[in-house]
Design a protein around this ligand. Structure first.
Ligand code: AMP
Ligand code: ZN
Length: 490
């Protein structure tokens, strides 16, 4: 395979062939798209019953980085990440209550309110972390028909059975079941990996459709060929990814905790329903962000979220820089102070980039002088997204002898296509009279999101009213090709 590259002549980016670690094959593989020049990526999105903590957001930063690198390499990327608004039980196996329904009952709010609130918060936090908008954000509750159709196909092919509380997938009908996660099925009972729905034939069998108990009504339930109820969590991701990316697609990502249950079950049911193998070419999993055990748990109320950083006076984009400082397959220990150091490093980077940008005005870079740093950066990114190595190259730009301001700016601008810091529109955080793009309060980010939505719907009256509201609060909108952002008015 030759080198892929170019980005419409804006720069001479040449990205080497991309190599990625595939969880299924347990090795780094040469990435080969199913359709030349195109890539489909699916990422398990949030269960919208509470805040997504910074660990959860690491699982959005990974596909955002991957997507940016693939685009820089010349691929057309379709990125899909879902909203789980039903079906994820409080126990990750098949027992317990639906998380969204429990939250609604606990807080005395409607499920619609809970879903809208936490979906919006997640979308706002993604933007604050510099993530590009997904191409499709499918909701599980809007894909019930597709899920029922897939379960019906599994039933027709003999992969299911029905017991009192639902329709189950029979893992004994899929001999490859244990392969994906290298499971030892005999150990499952002992390790407590699966819950005790007592009538299941095998402890690893999992719910495809949960039936509402006779005589009760749930807040979210639908008719199905098996009776009223709601879908299992795993079938959602299978149905939505296949609907939006096709029966086979290129890359599926998620947090490492999903390998043993959620993704194992997604593979089993999809390969059985569609008779495909391998269903997904490359599986990528981010390691955990370690916020210190107890503290990260949503149920304990000590959730570390994007606003936690803002309240500590740290730019959300600093968390993006912090994310890049570790390889995605390494566990990363989180402390506010570590992210504060990342903030300092990011401010310095933005300062150097803005100085180079302003000094470069009207002059041309020399591609020969920048070739080796440019090559080193993209080599690192193409090597299973080796971001620590790529960041070391970024830091070396300012020290590299013999580069003009135009050379330096051409490198920063090129690298930023993967880094995602919005350098082209950034103001110098070290200049006394300018306040940067950081520390945007959640309400302002929310107004901005609503203004963007209004603009997309061509409702310019609402868009202008929201812009005025932001202006009154002291924020100015900065529109960029990557989306809009805010800066404090001067
Ligand atoms: P959930 O909303 O619980 O379904 O989780 C959304 C995503 O966050 C999933 O891909 C999880 O694997 C991932 N995730 C959960 N906790 C962490 C963590 N501490 N670090 C990184 N990713 C996580
Ligand atoms: Zn999923």
């Amino acid at each position: 395979m030759g080198w892929i590259g170019q980005d419409g002549g804006v720069s001479e980016t040449v990205v080497p062939p991309i190599r990625l670690y595939d969880t299924r094959r347990r090795e780094v593989v040469d990435f080969q798209p199913l359709v030349e020049g195109q890539v489909g990526i699916y990422t398990c999105g949030p269960t919208v019953y509470g805040p997504q903590h910074l660990g959860n957001m690491r699982s959005q930063l990974l596909p955002d980085l991957l997507r940016r690198v693939l685009v820089a390499a010349g691929y057309r990327v379709t990125f899909v990440t879902n909203i789980t608004d039903v079906g994820h039980l409080t126990d990750d196996a098949d027992a317990g209550d639906d998380k969204v329904e429990s939250a609604a009952q606990r807080e005395g709010r409607s499920v619609e309110e809970i879903i809208a609130h936490w979906t919006n918060q997640w979308a706002t936090d993604r933007r604050r972390l510099g993530c590009l908008e997904p191409d499709v954000v499918p909701r599980a509750t809007e894909h019930i028909a597709e899920q029922i159709a897939m379960i019906a196909t599994l039933e027709a092919r003999g992969h299911t059975y029905v017991i009192d509380d639902g329709v189950y997938f029979d893992v004994s009908t899929f001999p490859r079941y244990a392969e994906f996660a290298h499971l030892n099925l005999d150990d499952l009972v002992a390790t407590g990996r699966v819950e005790n729905v007592t009538d299941k034939r095998h402890p690893a069998d999992f719910a495809l459709w949960k039936l509402s108990p006779a005589g009760t009504r749930r807040l979210q339930e639908w008719d199905s060929p098996w009776g009223r109820g709601f879908p299992g969590w795993h079938i959602e991701c299978s149905a939505m990814s296949v609907k939006h990316l096709g029966e086979r697609f290129d890359i599926h990502t998620g947090g490492i905790d999903h390998v043993r249950v959620h993704h194992t079950n997604e593979v089993a049911q999809t390969e059985c329903a569609l008779d495909v193998h391998p269903w997904v070419s490359v599986w990528m999993h981010n390691e955990f962000l370690d916020i210190g055990g107890e503290k990260i748990s949503k149920s304990k109320g000590h959730v570390v979220v994007v606003d936690t950083l803002v309240e500590a006076g740290i730019s959300p984009l600093a968390f993006r820089y912090f994310f890049l400082q570790a390889h995605y397959r390494q566990q990363q220990a989180f402390t506010v102070e570590l992210v504060r150091s990342a903030d300092t490093a990011l401010r310095r980077l933005i300062h150097h980039a803005v100085v180079a940008r302003d000094e470069a005005a009207g002059t041309d870079p020399d591609p020969q002088r920048t070739a080796s740093l440019r090559g080193a950066f993209w080599e690192a990114m193409a090597d299973d997204l080796n971001t620590p190595r790529a960041l070391a190259v970024v830091s070396s730009v300012v020290r590299e002898p013999g580069l003009s301001a135009a050379d330096r700016w051409s490198l920063y601008a090129d690298f930023d296509r993967a880094l995602g810091f919005g350098l082209a529109d950034a103001s110098d955080p070290e200049a006394a009279d300018v306040v940067g793009l950081d520390e945007i309060p959640a309400e302002m980010a929310d107004l901005l999101a609503r203004r963007d939505e209004a603009r997309r719907a061509r409702d310019f009256v609402t868009a202008d009213a929201l812009r005025d509201q932001l202006a009154e609060a002291g924020f100015e909108i900065v529109d960029t090709p990557d989306g809009s952002s805010l800066r404090r008015s001067q």
